[in-house]
Every structure is written in structure tokens, then in C-alpha cells.
Write a protein that binds this ligand. Structure first.
Ligand SMILES: [Zn+2]
Length: 195
């Protein structure tokens, strides 16, 4: 037996990430890997009350598809339980692009992560590729809270929507000023032509 997992936490993360796409062969592959590197098939058979033959059959990488009752017995024998979570709170597993959190890949963008409005989300599980909307807090003005996807924050470099509006208004004002100055200039020109 060759234990490739250093902790129970690693086993949990491994099975969770392998089952994230809901593909039976990947779930079975991960379970089989965990069994082989921890308790082995004979202990599993003993603990679950299932015969080795039926275990091999239901955990066969090609054709395996254990009954729910066997599946639960296998998990129990491995000291695991079956839980579900909403996709919303397990973003990472959905957007499992490179298994890295936005905290790690885009620390500068993460400075704007809203400290209170994303309370249901653990940013450790949020990837920079996420196309889900989160709350951000402007670094220039803390009263500016706005929603944006991580994707637009990180890859389109989108800035605070309030500041963006302010900048746009300033540009408009400047353009109008220039236009008016131009008009005045033209009128002035006409008048001097008259003279
Ligand atoms: Zn702002």
C-alpha cells in the first residue's frame, strides 16, 4: 500500500475536485485511488460487508457504477460522508480552471474584494476566471461598492463603476468646454473679419 495522501484533508479535496464535474468514471477513479492508497480492498470488503468481487465490479474504471447503497457503504468504510453544496458557494469546483484562488493569482485585484458584502463566499474558492458577479469596494472611495465578475475585473481590467462614470462625466465636461471655446473662437473670428 502506497499512501500518496498526506492528510485526510487532501483525500477530501482530491475526491471533491474529481467529482466536481459529476462524471461517474472520475468519481470511481478517485475512490479507487483512495482505497488502494489507504485501507486497500480487503479491509474495504471487511468493513463494508460487500464482497471483493462486487467491489471490483462496481469500482471498475470502465464499467463501474455502484448502487447508491453500495456507494454509501464504501464511503462509510473509508470514514467519508456524502454531502452536497450549492454551486454558488463552491465556485471553485465549478470554475476549476487552474485550482488557484484569485487571492493567489491576482492579489492586486483582490484588494478591492468587498470585506462584508460577499459573506456567503469563501474567496479561497473563487477563481479569477469566474463569470459570477461579486461585490467590490473602490480603493479610491470606500463608499463606492459595486458588482462585477472576477473575469471582468481581472481580464478586462474593469474599474469601479462610480469612478468610471465620474471620469466619463469629466471627459464630457471637458469636451463641451472645448466645443464652447471653439464656438467662441469662431465667433470672434467672424467679428474680426467684419472689421
Ligand atoms: Zn470608485
Amino acid at each position: 500500500m502506497d499512501n500518496i495522501f498526506k492528510s485526510e484533508e487532501e483525500i477530501k479535496e482530491y475526491i471533491n475536485s474529481m467529482s466536481s464535474k459529476g462524471k461517474i468514471d472520475q468519481i470511481i477513479f478517485s475512490l479507487k485511488n483512495v482505497i488502494e492508497s489507504t485501507i486497500g480492498f480487503s479491509t474495504l470488503s471487511h468493513r463494508s460487508g460487500l464482497t471483493r468481487e462486487s467491489l471490483y465490479k462496481s469500482l471498475s474504471p470502465e464499467t463501474g457504477n455502484p448502487h447508491l447503497s453500495s456507494f454509501l457503504l464504501i464511503l462509510k468504510a473509508l470514514d467519508l460522508t456524502f454531502t452536497v453544496s450549492f454551486k454558488k458557494n463552491d465556485e471553485f469546483i465549478n470554475n476549476n480552471v487552474n485550482n488557484k484562488s484569485i487571492i493567489e493569482t491576482h492579489p492586486d485585484v483582490f484588494k478591492e474584494w468587498h470585506p462584508t458584502k460577499n459573506s456567503r463566499v469563501n474567496p479561497l474558492y473563487v477563481s479569477a476566471h469566474s463569470k459570477r458577479k461579486y461585490w467590490w469596494q473602490c480603493l479610491i472611495n470606500k463608499d463606492h461598492s459595486y458588482e462585477a465578475t472576477c473575469h471582468s475585473k481581472t481580464f478586462k481590467k474593469s474599474i469601479c463603476s462610480f469612478c468610471a462614470d465620474e471620469i466619463e462625466n469629466e471627459i464630457k465636461k471637458l469636451k463641451n468646454k472645448l466645443k464652447n471655446n471653439d464656438k467662441k473662437g469662431n465667433e470672434h473670428g467672424k467679428e474680426s473679419n467684419k472689421l
